[in-house]
Design a protein around this ligand. Structure first.
Ligand code: DGJ
Length: 720
């Protein structure tokens, strides 16, 4: 999969689905630069693309440099496009020149120490190219690591920086990956805010730098660490797309820079804003991993490549390939106002409907009856739960359901025993005011003592009762992000040290409780990224549970992330976030396209709704193998019209889900054509037979009910 021609200095990573070409070229001073002229469709001969490494446009030195496709562009050496690296020396000089030193090709994919990353189970699944670049003056080394996976149109890239000089350096930019594409591209990204995460935005080619980022200490609600460069004519089903996702959950930046010579440079990595990392002689700094997916079959092709990689080689552990349990969560049913009996009343109704897991949300610990106290005091509130968690969990187990629990371990309330004992443990900037949000402060996860406290506190609770699921929440973002544990001059390390500390905590806890199903959450979907998925195979998609709003949120999320990663619950009406009243059927049909659950008072439903809930639970059990692990294809976008449709397919069946928001008088008949249907004959629910070919060629009519908020789920079971 990886070849290197020493004579020409050309590296070719190829697997029949994607090619990436690098070349070592002498620059004007006779130094060996590393260029990355090509990533895209598989090439038979890498020499065919080498013209892309040469001068573009004008002949002057400056012009040439501006358009060169550097693999690891650095600050201050004639290329004014966004760089990956800035290493400042003791004189404050940040100009670095990286030249080729050596290379190696290894089987498989080495892990990234301390950071989440994609992985292989056998060395035959991938090959990795390691290229070392070096700056002679400072002694800085950059080891560029590129992995190509067999059978996937995916490349993983990361960079490890090492100070082999004699003087300390300060990294003010330590990026992960850079590719340059010849041409002008639309940039597609996912943006939003609390309760409206991951709207799809498509920006036309622009001769400027288009960028998304976070300084929130989490990947954030606002932008997701994922972007696409799409050919302007690319659609869901055709055209060239390069997707890029960062395996990281904290401050990040992704930039697409288009220059006057018609090339687009994409850079990904930690956000340089607020970042400054002291790198002493002999020390390493590992930048997070970036994943690239290439498709010539439009956005669906790119998404499907990401879905299968995320599901199979980013997510890990016991639950990775297992059917996810149908859950009932009490948050929207009770908020903080519950006691043992109320929980048991909901649990009995849930068990009766066939639900498999009860999740007790916020409010079970300390003296927490609202959100102004007790975070950090992870001790059960015996006034609400006199039988303790153990007593409650065992009664729920006796109903035939598993028991799960909410935590927000990275936080501390000013009104808590933890804060009173350790006021220095939260992030803060010296003696400045400590700004609260949702009346809470953030623990300084970069500190070893804080990490050990969190590991101990969560583990003690998990050992105290039969807890088989954890919802790991994080409800506010960084302000005054300083650390009392870092000596002067190192405050710019706080945000990344927080993430390294959090990842250590997650590795320890998920490793110590391998059978527990972990779901991450951050005020809904404020930390929905590949980094968290590496520890927790599912994420609460959004605090907006309205079925109509969820169409856009789930559609946007699916650009990068698989449905097996998306928590999706049926909630009460009028909906608590938007007041909309949709039917139980539509709410269930939307939640079906994720990790299905309920978030309402099941003991207060009408008999008709309970009957529908029982039907839904049975349907999800019958179909979840396909909805959680089949191929997901977007058909009609909620961002473009009144009807949304998507489809799941595997060797057993095809499931078509369609949703119409508003009814229309005298509307034209609607049909939708399916995609990716394996060949064969299928039986529809009315018993009729249809071939896979005809489902794609003729399509099927969509006969919605005579009302607003109508949905259809059609299942085609394969007969032969
Ligand atoms: C935010 C989450 O997204 C909600 O689902 C819920 O768990 C609350 N936090 C609890 O405080």
């Amino acid at each position: 999969m990886i070849s290197y021609d020493r004579e020409t200095g050309v590296f070719h990573l190829e697997n029949g689905l994607i090619s990436l070409v690098l070349c070592v070229r002498e620059d004007e001073a006779g130094q060996k630069e590393l260029l990355l002229p090509y990533m895209g469709a598989p090439l038979s001969d890498p020499a065919s693309c080498l013209y892309l490494a040469k001068t573009h446009g004008g002949a002057s030195f400056d012009t040439d440099r501006q358009a060169r496709p550097y693999a690891c562009p650095t600050e201050g050496r004639g290329d004014s496009r966004p760089p990956l690296l800035c290493a400042v020396d003791g004189q404050g000089q940040g100009c670095t020149e990286l030249y080729f030193k050596d290379c190696a090709i290894v089987a498989g994919k080495p892990p990234l120490p301390g950071l989440p990353a994609s992985y292989v189970e056998k060395d035959s699944e991938a090959e990795t190219l390691l290229i070392t670049l070096g700056d002679e003056q400072t002694g800085l080394r950059a080891e560029v690591r590129l992995t190509i996976f067999a059978g996937r149109p995916i490349i993983a890239e990361s960079i490890r920086y090492r100070n082999e000089g004699g003087e300390p350096l300060t990294l003010t930019n330590a990026g992960s990956a850079c590719v340059t594409l010849p041409g002008r591209y639309d940039m597609i990204h996912l943006h939003g805010a609390w309760a409206k995460e991951r709207s799809v935005e498509r920006i036309s080619p622009a001769a400027l730098t288009r960028g998304i980022s976070s300084v929130r200490g989490a990947s954030g609600h606002e932008h997701n660490p994922f972007a696409v460069l799409a050919a302007p004519d690319a659609t869901e089903f055709s055209g060239e797309c390069v997707g890029a996702a960062l395996v990281y959950s904290g401050n990040f930046a992704i930039q697409a820079d288009e220059n006057a010579y018609g090339t687009t440079r994409l850079t990904l990595g930690l956000n340089p804003r607020g970042f400054a990392w002291r790198l002493l002689p002999g020390e390493d700094f590992q930048a997070p991993e970036a994943l690239f997916a290439w498709s010539k079959e439009g956005l669906n092709g790119m998404s499907q490549a990401f879905h299968s990689l995320m599901r199979q080689r980013v997510c890990r552990g016991h639950w990775r390939d297992r059917a996810r349990p149908i859950l009932i969560n009490n948050w929207e049913a009770t908020y903080f106002g519950f006691d043992h009996e109320k929980i048991m009343t909901i649990a009995r109704a849930a068990a009766n409907a066939g639900i498999e897991l009860f999740v007790l949300d916020d409010g079970w610990f300390g003296k927490r009856n609202n959100d102004d106290c007790s975070l950090g005091d992870w001790v059960v509130n015996k006034e609400k739960l006199p039988k303790g968690l153990d007593g409650l969990a065992r009664e729920i187990n006796a109903l035939g359901m598993k028991f799960g629990l909410w935590f927000e371990p990275e936080m501390v309330s000013p009104d808590s025993d933890l804060y009173r004992a350790h006021p220095d443990w939260c992030l803060h900037a010296g003696s400045r005011r400590r700004t609260t949000a949702r009346q809470q402060l953030i623990l300084d996860m970069g500190r070893r003592d804080v990490q050990d406290y969190v590991i101990g506190a969560v583990s003690t609770v998990l050992r105290s009762a039969p807890i088989e699921y954890v919802k790991w929440d994080m409800n506010r973002n960084f302000l005054e992000a300083g650390s009392e544990a870092l000596s002067d001059g190192r405050q710019g390390e706080t945000a990344h040290r927080y993430m390294l500390g959090l990842y250590r905590v997650l590795e320890e806890i998920t490793g110590a409780f391998p059978q527990v199903l972990f779901e991450s959450c951050s005020g809904g979907g404020g930390r929905f990224d590949a980094g968290m998925l590496s520890y927790m195979p599912q994420t609460w998609t959004s605090d907006d549970t309205d079925a109509v709003a969820r169409l856009s949120i789930q559609y946007g999320t699916s650009l990068c992330y698989p449905t097996s990663a998306m928590g999706a619950h049926v909630s009460a009406v009028p909906n608590h976030q938007v007041g909309r009243v949709t039917g139980m059927r539509m709410r269930g049909d939307v939640a079906l396209a994720g990790n299905f659950g309920y978030e309402l008072d099941l003991s207060a439903q009408t008999p008709e709704d309970m009957e529908e809930i029982r039907r839904q639970v049975a349907m999800v059990k019958a179909l979840r193998e396909t909805t959680q692990r089949g191929t997901f294809t977007r058909l009609l976008s909620p961002f473009e019209g009144n009807v949304t449709a998507w489809q799941f397919s595997d060797e057993k069946r095809v499931i078509l889900c369609a949703y119409r928001v508003l009814n229309m008088p005298n509307a034209a008949p609607l049909r939708v054509r399916l995609h990716n249907v394996p060949q064969g004959t299928y039986r529809a629910s009315d018993g009729s037979l249809i071939t896979g070919n005809d489902l794609m060629a003729a399509g099927v009519p969509l006969q919605f009910g005579w009302q607003d908020f109508s949905s259809i789920v059609m299942v085609f079971e394969k007969t032969a």
